[in-house]
Write a protein that binds this ligand. Structure first.
Ligand SMILES: Cc1ncc(COP(=O)(O)O)c(C=O)c1O
Length: 415
């Protein structure tokens, strides 16, 4: 075995290898349970091994596993109809992709086809996945250097953080208008944004900012793309994040929660926009993979029947109250924030500076007590909490109690 190694990338230091899952829990090989406060990188909406999802996938496996993307399947057609009914679009075209970053790339191709333009505007602290095109839209220079896009294909615009207030929103919108005016000779095809920047620490802009960005894109004939791979499908308290806005983006991307752990992502938009991309320019062998469509259909049924986006909002408010209490009690915890079930806080060192070491320590102490969390944020000083949307009272109390104990242990830690 020593000749072979796995290239490991772990966001939760100290976490073991897991062998089974059940609801909010992952179990290691000794049977020890861990509360999944990462929700499988945000993809586990209904909990691990949700019976309705497992049953739908098993049935599908027995009927039809694969057609390839160019041949239709009945389950895929049913999903198109179901998602179409729920989508922000009166008439909705659905473009199938497999993972989030592929949906991003597909949406950019649609924007380039629709507008006949090339350039793209993304935002400070954005994250849109790591394929060689989409990685160019991340603000991180160490990621962008692997992008296949030319440097002048991308502009990075300002994105106001959660607590920056009205003036910052006005200023960011003013700067965006300026940037678009300056680019008038070679205007962008698309403005792409996450309505909440979850990967880089859960930054939640005001609705007014998001609506302003959509209007600004329209003003210059660019498509406004909402990357709802993370925020979409109930995670943030509405089915789509844009459901709460006065403006609808031209394209909406969903993934993660939609499949509850099965790889499926979609680009949604009006047919006249999506169908601007000539047939055959966006395919991949496994897009519309029948078992993943069956999972997404089951997720959709449960989510609509149980109005799970409302549970996200209620549970999220409650967990945020818990983080606010931690903030009051411990000086190293600041800026508790949350949008439904995407929550975070920042950690400070003794001198009041953002501390990645403290955030790491928090994650390690939480893992040792049986709660999995991720670190994030531009400085790595944020601790993120992203849970499944179904949680009983005992699970809720375990999570809250463990966060309280963990915070006390980290407060006593002297680096
Ligand atoms: C907003 C957003 N877009 C795209 C992606 C990429 O998704 P995937 O990892 O499935 O390619 C992510 C992943 O975290 C994301 O948060």
């Amino acid at each position: 075995m020593e000749n072979y190694t796995e290239a490991v990338s772990t966001g939760s230091p100290g976490a073991p290898r897991f062998v089974t899952g059940d609801g909010c829990w992952l179990f290691d090989r000794n049977g020890r349970r861990y509360f999944d406060g990462t929700a499988g990188s945000g993809a586990i909406s209904l909990g691990h091994q949700h019976p309705a999802v497992c049953e739908a996938v098993v049935k599908q496996l027995e009927r039809l596993t694969h057609t390839g993307c160019k041949l239709q399947s009945d389950v895929r057609e049913r999903l198109v109809e179901r998602i179409g009914e729920l989508s922000p679009y009166q008439r909705c075209a659905v473009l199938f992709t497999v993972i989030g970053t592929e949906a991003v790339e597909a949406s950019l191709k649609v924007a380039r086809a629709y507008t006949g333009r090339r350039r793209v505007v993304a935002f400070r602290h954005a994250f849109h996945g790591k394929s060689a095109g989409a990685i160019g839209a991340t603000w991180r220079p160490e990621f962008r250097r692997y992008s296949s896009f030319a440097a002048d294909d991308w502009f990075i615009a300002d994105f106001p953080d959660s607590d920056q207030g009205d003036e910052a929103v006005d200023e960011a919108l003013r700067q965006l208008d300026q940037l678009l005016d300056d680019a008038a000779g070679d205007p962008p095809a698309a403005v792409i944004m996450e309505p909440v920047q979850i990967t880089e620490g859960v930054e939640i802009p005001e609705a007014r900012f998001l609506e302003g960005v959509i209007r600004a894109a329209r003003r210059v004939g660019a498509l406004a793309i909402f990357d709802e791979i993370y925020t979409g499908f109930g995670r943030c308290g509405t089915l789509f994040y844009s459901d709460r806005l006065a403006e609808t983006p031209d394209l909406t991307l969903v993934g993660k929660s939609l499949g509850n752990g099965f790889p499926i992502s979609l680009v949604l938009g009006a047919p006249e926009v999506i169908n601007a991309l000539p047939s055959g320019i966006q395919t991949s062998t496994y897009s519309g993979f029948p078992p993943a469509c069956a999972a997404a259909e089951a997720v959709t049924n449960v989510m609509v029947a149980e109005r799970l986006w409302e549970s996200s909002a209620t549970l999220g408010r409650d967990l945020l109250d818990g983080l606010r209490s931690l903030d009051e009690e411990h000086s190293f915890i600041v800026r508790p924030r949350g949008a439904g079930l995407a929550l975070a806080f920042d950690c400070l060192d003794e001198a009041g500076r953002p501390s990645a070491a403290r955030a790491t320590r928090f994650v390690e102490e939480a893992v040792a007590r049986g709660v999995l969390l991720f670190r994030g944020g531009p400085l790595g000083a944020a601790v993120k909490l992203v849970t499944p949307m179904l949680m009983d009272a005992e699970e809720h109390d375990f999570l809250q109690g463990t966060l309280i104990e963990t915070a006390a242990a980290v407060a006593a830690w002297r680096g």
